[in-house]
Design a protein around this ligand. Structure first.
Ligand SMILES: *Cc1c(COP(=O)(O)O)cnc(C)c1O
Length: 389
């Protein structure tokens, strides 16, 4: 038994797919401490710089003073506190939904919703670049899974036309490894036309896209109402932890009855809900964070084009440089690290084989000078490190 897994570990190492963890000795931020060294970080999902915001931390501390450290039970027993309840109402108002329901993580929310809406008689339609949690959610539900090529609307339309029974389209709002935005307007129209649900996982759009930070739906002028269901996560732009589903009141009521990952798990700590309420106020009120973020993204993109780097069509803080083989991405990440810059190499199976990459991400708190430092470091790398062979 152990021999088999040792062989597998050796194989992963030989293929440059072995993963290690970088141990952070500081709070999240544009500069982090790792191994006693201060590094300029371009690889967190803390897009608005709220994970270490003093007001969010104070709300967490006050929340712990008032509600204790843990919730002590699931939501349906005695774990649902006034803090959770208020956050759900505030999130629903923010995204323009009738109701919202908190889940402990985005991963669990995806598993819970898909299994609640479909059984083995239904069909899930997914974009091939969807997040792993959407892929696992479809598998767990037992429904038939139809995957379409990234952004392949014509293929999706054909698949929808040929299927019978309950249907659910799953998509990332902003694709987590490519940074491009799903054509949610088209997806919503197709869902309506074919009587299917559409779940938009907006882990990377919420807080970032739209004039008010309401995410990918705001970007397209859409509301989270049937057939549309919105999933937002709170561990990324919101800087805290947790996730929620937003949609029609009856849908939420049904999920409370049927979503197993909602029912059979401990509610997240109420203090975390208080921290998220504070960060929601900041997300809504401090539009300068989105403006600063967009300025840094534009600065990076124009600098990268001048360096002859190949960018993807991404208007978001996720700006990958695709390098091909896992070894190439690792080498580029190590070369940047030697210059004091932290950018994670993303390898298969997180991304398709042959598309290993540096996943560069930006925060509203990055300065102009820090982005220049990144560009200078990329410019100084040997060409074979930053350009696909
Ligand atoms: C991060 C992420 C999730 C998972 O959210 P957690 O709250 O971290 O479990 C789900 N979907 C997408 C697209 C993500 O990027």
């Amino acid at each position: 038994m152990l021999n088999d897994i040792r062989d597998e570990l050796l194989r992963l190492r030989a293929q440059h797919l072995y993963r290690t963890r970088c141990v952070l000795e500081s709070a999240q931020g544009t500069e982090v401490r790792v191994g006693g060294e201060t590094l300029l970080s371009f690889c967190s999902n803390d897009y608005l710089g709220l994970a270490n915001d003093a007001r969010v931390i104070a709300a967490l501390r006050d929340g712990a003073d008032r509600h204790g450290a843990g919730s002590g039970a699931s939501h349906l027993v005695t774990g649902h506190s006034v803090a959770h309840h208020a956050l759900e109402e505030e999130l629903a108002a923010f995204v323009g939904a009738e109701r919202a329901l908190l889940f402990s993580t985005g991963y669990m929310a995806n598993l819970g919703v898909v299994s609640a809406l479909l059984d083995r008689h239904g069909t899930v339609f997914e974009d091939k670049l969807n997040h792993a949690s959407l892929i696992d959610a479809a598998r767990l539900s037992g429904a038939t899974v139809q995957r379409y090529a990234h952004g392949g609307m014509t293929r999706l339309e054909a698949l929808l036309g040929a299927s019978e029974g309950a249907g659910l389209i799953l998509t990332d709002g902003v694709f987590s490894m490519d940074g491009d935005v799903a054509n949610v307007a088209r997806l919503a129209a197709l869902a309506k036309q074919h009587g299917a649900w559409l779940l938009v996982d907006d882990a990377h759009g919420l807080g970032v896209l739209g004039a008010h930070g309401r995410g990918t739906l705001e970007h397209f002028g859409l509301q989270p109402q049937a057939p549309l269901i919105l999933l937002g996560t709170l561990g990324k732009a919101f800087g805290t932890f947790g996730a929620f589903i937003a949609g029609d009141a009856d849908l939420i009521d049904y999920l409370v009855q049927r979503a197993r990952t909602y029912i059979y798990t401990t509610a997240l700590p109420p203090a975390v809900a208080e921290a998220t309420r504070a960060s929601l106020c900041i997300v809504a009120e401090e539009g300068w964070r989105r403006e600063a973020l967009n300025a840094r993204i534009a600065q990076f993109r124009s600098g990268a084009v001048q360096l002859g780097l190949k960018l993807l069509d991404s208007p978001t803080p996720i700006q990958p440089l695709i390098l091909g083989e896992a070894q190439a991405a690792l080498a580029a990440s190590e070369a940047l690290r030697a210059r004091g810059i932290l950018v994670a190499a993303i390898r298969p199976p997180t991304v398709p084989a042959g598309s290993a990459r540096l996943r560069i991400t930006f925060s509203a708190l990055h300065t102009h000078a820090q982005v220049e430092r990144l560009l200078e470091a990329l410019a100084a790398l040997p060409a074979e490190n930053v350009k696909p062979a």
